[in-house]
Design a protein around this ligand. Sequence first.
Ligand SMILES: Cc1ncc(COP(=O)(O)O)c(C=O)c1O
Length: 390
Amino acid sequence: MEISDNYIYLDHSATTPVDPCVVEAMAPYGSEHFGNSESSHLFGREAANALEEARQTVADVLGCRLSEIVFTGSGTEADNLAIRGVAWAAMRDGRGRHIVTTSIEHPAVGHTVDQLRDLFGFEVTRAPVDEYGQVNVDDLAQAIRPDTVLVSVMMANNEFGTVQPMVKIGRLCRERGIVFHTDAVQAPGRLPLELDDMHVDLMALSAHKFYGPKGVGLLYVRRDTQLAPALTGGGHERERRPGTVNVGGAVGLATALRLVEEDRVAECARVRRLRDRLIEGVLASTPDSRLTGHPRQRLCHHASFAFKGVEGESVVLNLDLAGIAASSGSACAEGEPEPSTVLKAMGLPRDWLLGSLRLTLGRSTGEADVDRVAAVLPGIVRELRACCGG
Ligand SMILES: Cc1ncc(COP(=O)(O)O)c(C=O)c1O
């Protein structure tokens, strides 16, 4: 199927196109420089050099040490290695079995802590969020107990874009001496990644969210953080992520991270203007619509809405027919639309819960694109309400 030039892609929080400079940087590692970075011959040494150069690029962007960077197979894997690694190390050393997290985490975090609860006897406290999806630092402080071994709070939410008060949360964890993990998968190119200001001990990233390749992620591990290996095998990545390293992927991730960071301030300002134009346009033209997430403390590229009495998934299908790629927070289970647990946690009223729509902008987005969405959307919502009795 051909995708027409007029098709508008507004799903950059799901994934982004790979930057042509990233494709070019990766290309040699699939063909001529195909070596295994663990081999001692020339091919292996070439791969190992490329891997260490990629690690240096990431360390320069994040302002951290080379030894603190672990390349992984995805953002999900980075979250899993971090959370299970801290929990198992604490279990091994008899330091406690309590984890504090929030009610709005991505399943990469939420399902991992649930499994620690169900299979390993951990207790999990999920701090609530307010109507804008923001965590209250006092609630987190109250949730922390003497046996708490980990606090995990996402930097910015994928469904509704709200950014959390990271500096305050990090300070709290540092004062209490508790390891702080953040899922920052939605952040690169959109927020500064200041590890020391945020007192972050563990941070997960994923290359395909910032114009890099799919299937490669990164875990930042602050020195002295106790991690038990959650994957076992060879000694790759200082025994923190065994398995032959995807050298081309690491080169792609590093190149993409450097490029989005170089461009971050200017690109964010451009996209934020378009996002605000889109939000104003949609809210003004569509009755019974509201913005979800925080009105200001939100990712610069992120617009998310709820429409009363319609199904977000139907809006997405109709937008697709109109040549616009978007997404909805609600997933379909066996044909029945399920409200997003994250929107439920924010206390959205029942008759709005299914009607969520996420429009996430990126490098290819221009003014004409957001204006077209604001023009097309009201008609789609009106027709769905008329036909489906909303
Ligand atoms: C907040 C957040 N965390 C984790 C992930 C998982 O990343 P990956 O697709 O690399 O496994 C995503 C992807 O949607 C995400 O948005």
